[in-house]
Write a protein that binds this ligand. Sequence first.
Ligand code: FES
Length: 80
Amino acid sequence: MSPSFVCNCNGVTEQKLIAAIAQRKITDLSKLMLRTGAGMSCGRCRPALKVILERNKVVDPNPQQEIDWNQAGQPPSPAS
Ligand code: FES
C-alpha cells in the first residue's frame, strides 16, 4: 500500500507529521512546516496540517510557568 501524502508537493505523509509533532513537541504550524518541509511550496495543504497538528499536539499537563517578578512583586519569603 502506498503512503498517502498530506503534502503532495514535498511528499510528506500524515505519519511523518504525527511523528514530528510527538518527537519535537511541536505546537505551532510554522515549526511543523520547517521541521517536515510540508506546506512550504504551494501551501494548499496548510489547512490539513493545522487539523493534524491540533489533533496530535502534546499538551503538557504540568506546564512550567515563568513568574514575572516585576508583575508579581517580591517573591514570598521562605519564613512565612
Ligand atoms: S501540497 Fe503542501 S505545499 Fe503544496
